[in-house]
Design a protein around this ligand. Sequence first.
Ligand SMILES: [Zn+2]
Length: 414
Amino acid sequence: MTSIELAADVVQWCRRLAACSETPGETRRPFLSPPMREVHEALAGWMRRLGMDVRIDAAGNLRGVYAAAGSAPGAAAGRRLFIGSHLDTVPNAGAFDGVLGVVLGIALVEHLRGRRLPFAIEVVGFSDEEGVRFGVPFIGSRALTGLLDDAVLACRDLGGRTVEDAIRDFGLDPARIPDAAAPDGSLGYLEFHIEQGPILENLNLPLAVVDAVAGQTRADVWFTGQAGHAGTTPMTLRRDGLAGAAVWIAEVEREAIHTSGLVATVGRVAVEPGAANVIPGRCELSLDVRHAADDVRTDAVGRLRRAAEDIASRRGLAAAWQPRLEQPSVRLDAELSSLLARALETAGFRAHRMTSGAGHDAMIVAGRMPAGMVFLRCAGGISHHPAESVREDDVAAALEAGLGFLNALERSHG
Ligand SMILES: [Zn+2]
């Protein structure tokens, strides 16, 4: 099969798997939900046809090993390249977020046409990345990195089942979770993922190499003044919490526009008491700030915090600030990234480098082994939505670049 024929298959696979869902008519597949079993069975069948050794690990990850040259199927340890992404979805999801990276991994093995490499390839379909069922993300990749701890296992879903219960309900043994950890000396991890944003489409490029996953600060912010009658309180005597918050929101936007690479969002606003004829006494806001460089992010957050205090004091308000999340950025492996960039160029594409604004399994796995990541253009930058879409020629580009990457890795590890 040519890359473009295989790419058409990949897209079809993703669209077919989108029908494995808890909710008929839409795609919804949380951690170890019954439709996850259908996905496992379908992909395991394909992997076995390619001569891969398949298992479901105790964290519910689908794992298929394509043995290295000269080693019997199932032979343990040895040098191993992981290729994967996640198989769970958000509610009302598209067909490509996560699944595409797993299907592309298997397609890459198929693209080898039976050729064995000096290292094994293990394709992983992570059981959970989105964190929809338990409110805690990355359950699958945490298990691969040996970081799935008791605190996560004790988290409960809305039905009161813990992660540990869910693992048992699925017929797996939580005591074997340590066996899910990648062996020491693993070569690395490669993840293909849709960009979930508009940059590649804007640049008219099919692929990009991801250099880093942005760090993130989240905080809740309050502006508190005095509620009052909207008809009887003159403008000069008001202490309007929402008006202060509005000035600050404009400042958040200005800060991000004037700081290269920074994105900042106020995504939630709650106004009290929230009546048309009452001056807002209090306004609560959420803040989300992301950047590839932690110092740029923390400096910007510091300025925004001081701006909130200044605006509040000028307007006779009180500003309060509650930190919610402080997540450092993650650099992906420089060597794997330049191998990937060269593979993109050899395949005839510009190797654009970019930061991921969203979290991905690669950032968790990077704590255990060298990790690299490639983004594929997605239509309109739309994701977490049924309209999610990728072009077959972009998938073909990813297959060609992926094959080039495997060849380069073969030369350096032969
Ligand atoms: Zn994803």
